[in-house]
Design a protein around this ligand. Sequence first.
Ligand SMILES: CC(C)(COP(=O)(O)OP(=O)(O)OC[C@H]1O[C@@H](n2cnc3c(N)ncnc32)[C@H](O)[C@@H]1OP(=O)(O)O)[C@@H](O)C(=O)NCCC(=O)NCCS
Length: 171
Amino acid sequence: MTRIETVDGATAASYTDGVFAVYDTVFGDRPDQLVWREQLFDRHRRRSGFRLALALDADRVLGFSWGYRGARGQYWPDLVARTLPDVGAEWVGDHFEFVELAVEPEARRHGFGRRLHDALLDGLTGRALLGTSADDADPAVRLYQSRGWRTLGLLDGERRVMGVRLPTTSS
Ligand SMILES: CC(C)(COP(=O)(O)OP(=O)(O)OC[C@H]1O[C@@H](n2cnc3c(N)ncnc32)[C@H](O)[C@@H]1OP(=O)(O)O)[C@@H](O)C(=O)NCCC(=O)NCCS
């Protein structure tokens, strides 16, 4: 039986192996788990407002999404503000940063991506930002658009910035 669960940064540590396995299959852009933890997972899960949503089949991780409270002084918000000053002025700072979303290839097109997206944002208010592909046909772009995100600008030929205003009352 599959389920979606959302955990905080401390609890996220116990899912390290499962999340890395999916991350490595889907993105494969870090040499090993240690580097991934240092550069991404452990760094991010200590940030303010971090949450991790998991799609689980018993204890096996099928997919995940994570994010945290974004702030000036962090690499990506600063890059957005520098590259797209109008977006920076209106959107960057005390926003929720939607950082990662991935579903293992065999589990796709069963609604996990959408459920992970919704679980990650559930109960949050204010502005949320993410960076994703500039390609309109990209599945993630389609998913984000279908959940109300709009394109705020392009960072370069390959990456776009998207934003959404979250409901003012929690669900
Ligand atoms: C993006 C991703 C998470 C979607 O996961 P998923 O579980 O297949 O998504 P869902 O089944 O919940 O689909 C939700 C919506 O996304 C869109 N979508 C998903 N896969 C799609 C595809 N292959 N082509 C077009 N649209 C697609 C559709 O709008 C879909 O709604 P629909 O089924 O009503 O048409 C998954 O494809 C993935 O892991 N991709 C690689 C990692 C990635 O790109 N992450 C985002 C980085 S910013």
